[in-house]
Design a protein around this ligand. Structure first.
Ligand SMILES: CC(C)(COP(=O)(O)OP(=O)(O)OC[C@H]1O[C@@H](n2cnc3c(N)ncnc32)[C@H](O)[C@@H]1OP(=O)(O)O)[C@@H](O)C(=O)NCCC(=O)NCCS
Length: 413
């Protein structure tokens, strides 16, 4: 049976389907989430002939976003989100139809890359998405010493300032900082101005026993140069204050991050600082002397990347070493990518050309997505997830795609 995917024409029904799929508390702010989060022409739905009637069978949406790549280019991406299938319509191919639709539309719009955060790890690999960024969730104790001798001069000129996230102008300041820093931190995803308004929206339901979210800005010479979002929670243990401050994603260069980190590990009445989104090569792990300098460390997948148009995507980023390999790409859902490509990188620039030459490597397009932001994919050969036909060819490809520093995790979208 072919499943038709079309534009949403009923915002209430779209929202109701999302609320059913995600079964959270329904609040008046949900409509704001839809309004600010998804442009009307980027909402898509599936209805099946046998229902459900009061909801869609499936929905998805695309946030128009930008992402920074190795080399510093900032390019448009399709931020796939709001994916949900009605519980009665599960496992009947609705998601498959929506993903096929998304890839076709994204390519037709001239956007080479799709990105997402996955609710479950098993869903998106089959559609050609690869785990492109790994993130750590780290806790550190109050007063943890952060050692960075070669940043001290720069840190001395930086001040930090606590403001309330939902206050007027804060969303704009956060976005401006992110735009300025993105080229230096490949993997940074930049949302639209509306998306930042959404991020900073403080809904009453989330404030029942919590403080308003704050933002700690780092400033130098009167300019914002970095920030982190945070929220404190009280706890008293044996009459001693031992609250937790939970902080989001760092934005800023190393010195700005150090100034921010020193303040958030030493906030009054707190015992623990929990950093929810720290890149694998984030300086924090160096400042505390490695994993055991933290209180705890957990590892998760952050951004998943899908090369929707391999030929267009390959030259958008830069490459640290040269390569010249023929890759047989398997791509069931974007057949225009499938087949043999000569992928080259020379003096930093990449080119992808169709070829009839024998393949050096056979791999799924998801592998190229996983390596696209510079994350190491070298281990996938040992794991048996790629096939090498010319000895050394895969290492050549993996080395060229890898960057000196692992890519930056992205804020949830
Ligand atoms: C995840 C979800 C969208 C899947 O939708 P669906 O319409 O049931 O998926 P399909 O029937 O199109 O399945 C396509 C394939 O993916 C597989 N699949 C789907 N969901 C899966 C899951 N959670 N884990 C493992 N495999 C899954 C199916 O088995 C099927 O495999 P096949 O192609 O080998 O037959 C749906 O279960 C859902 O709405 N879940 C709750 C919300 C959610 O997690 N959304 C994702 C947000 S990132």
């Amino acid at each position: 049976m072919s499943i038709d995917v079309r534009h949403s024409e009923d915002a209430d029904k779209y929202l109701a389907t999302d609320q059913l799929v995600w079964f959270g508390e329904v609040t008046d702010a949900d409509a704001d989430h839809l309004r600010l989060g998804l442009p009307e022409d980027q909402r898509f739905v599936v209805d099946l002939p046998d229902g459900p009637e009061d909801h869609h069978a499936g929905i998805y949406g695309v946030r128009p976003m930008e992402m920074s790549l190795p080399g510093g280019a900032v390019v448009p991406i399709a931020g796939l989100t709001w994916v949900g299938v009605h519980p009665d319509a599960r496992r009947r191919g609705v998601l498959r139809a929506m993903m096929t639709d998304h890839l076709g539309r994204t390519r037709a719009a001239g956007t080479a890359i799709s990105a997402l955060h996955a609710s479950e790890a098993a869903i998106y690999g089959r559609y050609g998405y690869g785990v492109a960024v790994i993130t750590h969730q780290v806790t550190v104790g109050r007063g943890t010493e952060l050692t960075a001798p070669h940043l001290e001069d720069e840190v001395a000129g930086i001040t930090t300032h606590l403001v309330t996230m939902s206050d007027p102008g804060v969303a704009e300041r956060m976005r401006a900082c992110q735009v300025a820093n993105a080229p230096d931190f490949p993997g940074t995803i930049i949302g639209s101005p509306d998306f930042f308004s959404l991020l900073t929206l403080e809904i009453p339901e989330n404030l029942r026993d919590k403080e308003r979210r704050r933002v700690l800005f780092a400033r130098r010479d009167g300019e914002d140069i970095g920030f982190i979002g945070l929220r404190r929670e009280h706890k008293w243990d044996q009459a001693r204050p031992s609250g937790t401050v939970t902080a989001g994603t760092f934005c800023g260069g190393p010195a700005a991050r150090l100034a921010i980190a020193r303040r958030i590990v030493d906030l009054d009445l707190m015992g623990t600082t929990k950093l929810e989104n720290i890149g694998v090569d984030d300086p924090l792990l160096g400042w505390v002397g490695g994993p055991r300098g933290t209180g705890s460390l957990a590892t998760w997948d952050s951004t998943w990347i899908r090369l929707v148009d391999l030929e267009a995507a390959w030259p958008l980023r830069s490459y640290d070493t040269d390569c010249d390999v023929v890759v047989e790409v398997e791509d069931r859902y974007a057949p225009w990518n499938a087949g043999r490509w000569r992928l080259t990188a020379s003096s930093g620039s990449g080119a992808a050309e169709r070829t009839d030459a024998d393949a050096d490597i056979t791999l799924d397009v998801a592998v190229l997505g996983a390596g696209y932001l510079g994350h190491s994919i070298g281990g996938l050969l040992r794991a048996g997830l790629v096939r090498e036909r010319r000895a050394g060819a895969y290492a050549e490809l993996a080395r060229a795609m890898r960057t000196a520093v692992e890519p930056e995790p992205s804020i949830g979208f």
